[in-house]
Design a protein around this ligand. Structure first.
Ligand code: ACM
Length: 553
């Protein structure tokens, strides 16, 4: 009996220790290894930051830390070059096998040492260090009366997956550059490294292309917008539009680079292209067809036709796009392309016969292969939604698996790279709680716990070599029901943090209860950053402002 009691007490003490550790070390995503230390480091009023690395990029990162410390604490950090035995040090970690993104962070009462092999690792070390400090460190202005301490610990950290991304759809609704930057900041805070910018849709083309001015003059504006749920077929009768200039795009790409985020542009083809056809109908079924930029959500029968003029157009567009985005990947869409018009077209049927293509799926594959060849010839690679598997996968394509994980498995079995982004775990436009309590969404139900439960590894279905093709995970924010930046944040957060942890933290270390405890602490940081996550105090009562009284049936 005594033994049982002793065991129970020991268990209680260790549970309490874990809870205390979780509260003290609330880093999201959870580091690979974290050993608690004794005591804490207290920031002096002139924090010394020494940079051993000769890489100017590391100094820039030290400056980012210094700037934030200065803003929130009112202290005056001083950056020096070389090694120091006190203060915060940025030290080269040669030969520690931390990889490009890994780092170590050692906090003792005497000093803080961040070590990494590459700048990106230092950048992530800084993210973790900030998350060890009081939440007020994220304040944009000075906060008084805070004990600026950092609990002692030893962290060794590197990501589980190399691809940790989020897609934002700016086609259905357009968000200003300032918000795109905030979105990127939040990705970086959670050690995500890819921003997939969904720039073209049936309802709006959002990127300036110099060679085709009508893409912005015509394709970026729709006459009206759906109000309420799609099935209501009600509209607001107000023109809606917006696009990013090439200068703005360059600015966003640079901003993202400074935060170690690759921006992958998506130019949809051959489906989801009604906005293009409204300006250039000759690229579709009939050059005389009058089409509006779509004001209905959903999938549309009007699609690009595999004509030589279309390939010339797309190659010209992609040339400008590749000039703006240095990413290895160019996303070419490929999803939800109805074959209705191709089936009814003499031109398409003759082309299929000429090329020996047995059905319209093979015709789509022919379309994508042409684009693949072009993009590959420019030293880049295409990535597309999993429909690009149908009719035969193009030789250099990477697949984004969204209709479940089976497309990803099929692609990996063909030795193609894969990003896992299934609707069942990664579609952040789905409801996150009882729909009766939520603003209207497209449907579905994907609470935080379900998102967190996703394990992108499909090693049971793949050989070890094939498993290496699973590059990582992505959360998608489709925007049919997200008319404001507030609504985007409401749907993306906190669920995107769960996916950030899925992409970063070893599966064996992940635990939903532990995650939720850390998240509660993290929310205070998000409050300082003015993020309207689900449950946030700042504007959780927002309503979508659809003018129902003027809506037409
Ligand atoms: C998609 O959700 N249509 C990729």
């Amino acid at each position: 009996m005594k033994n049982v009691l002793l065991c129970a007490v020991a268990l209680l003490v260790s549970v309490q220790a874990i809870v205390a550790q979780t509260a003290t070390y609330a880093i999201l995503p959870k580091p690979t290894q974290l050993e608690a230390g004794k005591g804490s480091y207290t920031l002096p009023t002139t924090p010394a930051i020494s940079v051993q690395s000769a890489n100017p990029e590391v100094r820039r990162i030290a400056q980012v830390l210094a700037d934030q410390l200065a803003k929130a604490t009112g202290f005056s950090p001083l950056i020096t070059t070389g090694n120091a035995s006190k203060g915060i040090s940025f030290v080269d970690a040669k030969g520690k096998q931390l990889g490009a993104e890994g780092y170590t962070l050692v906090v003792s009462p005497k000093q803080i040492i961040i070590a990494a092999e590459q700048p990106q690792g230092f950048f992530y070390g800084v993210q973790s260090l900030m998350q060890l400090m009081p939440a007020a460190i994220f304040s944009p202005t000075k906060v008084s009366g805070v004990a600026w301490t950092v609990p002692a610990c030893t962290i060794t950290d590197q990501p589980r997956y190399g691809y940790r991304g989020s897609m934002l759809d700016v086609g259905r609704y357009f968000y200003p550059v300032a918000f795109i930057k905030k979105y990127i900041d939040l990705l970086a805070l959670h050690k995500m490294n890819t921003f997939h910018w969904h720039l073209t849709e049936d309802q709006g083309w959002r990127i300036e292309i110099k060679k085709y001015p009508k893409l912005t003059e015509v394709s970026s504006i729709r006459k009206k917008t759906m109000a309420g749920h799609y099935r209501d077929h009600a509209y607001d009768d107000k023109p809606y539009g917006g696009f990013y200039t090439q200068d703005e795009v360059r600015d966003v790409v640079k901003y993202a680079q400074e935060r170690y985020i690759t921006v992958i542009p998506e130019i949809e083809m051959p489906g989801h292209s009604v906005a293009v056809l409204a300006a250039y109908p000759e690229l579709g079924s009939n050059p005389d067809k009058i089409l509006d930029v779509s004001y209905n959500w959903g999938v549309h029968d009007d699609v690009l036709f595999p004509r030589e003029e279309t390939f010339t157009f797309l190659e010209n567009v992609l040339t400008e796009v590749m000039g703006l985005f240095p990413s290895q990947y160019i996303h070419i869409g490929g999803d939800e392309c109805p074959k209705t018009q191709w089936k009814q077209s003499r031109f398409c049927q003759a082309l299929m016969k000429e090329k020996g293509l047995k059905d319209e799926h093979e015709l789509q594959s022919y379309f994508i292969q042409r684009i693949d060849k072009f993009v590959t010839s420019k030293g880049r690679r295409i990535i597309g939604w999993d429909e690009i598997l149908e009719g035969g996968l193009s030789p250099n394509a990477t697949v984004m698996s969204w209709r479940g994980i089976s497309g990803g498995i099929a692609a990996a079995r063909q030795n193609h790279d894969v990003v896992m982004s299934p609707t069942t775990y990664c579609y952040l436009d789905y409801y996150q709680a009882d729909p009766k309590t939520q603003p209207v969404t497209i449907g579905g139900l994907l609470p935080l716990e379900k998102v967190y439960s996703f394990n992108p590894s499909v090693s049971d279905s793949l050989t070890a070599d094939q498993s290496k093709h699973i590059l990582g995970v992505q959360g998608n924010v489709w925007s049919e029901y997200l008319p404001t930046t507030h609504s985007v944040e409401y749907m993306a957060y906190p669920r995107l943090i769960a996916l950030a942890e899925t992409g970063w933290t070893p599966q064996a270390s992940r635990n939903i209860d532990d995650f939720k405890q850390r998240l509660e602490i993290h929310k205070k940081r998000l409050d300082y950053l003015k993020v309207n996550y689900f449950g946030a105090p700042i504007n959780n009562t927002f309503q979508y402002v659809w003018p129902k009284e003027t809506a037409k049936k």
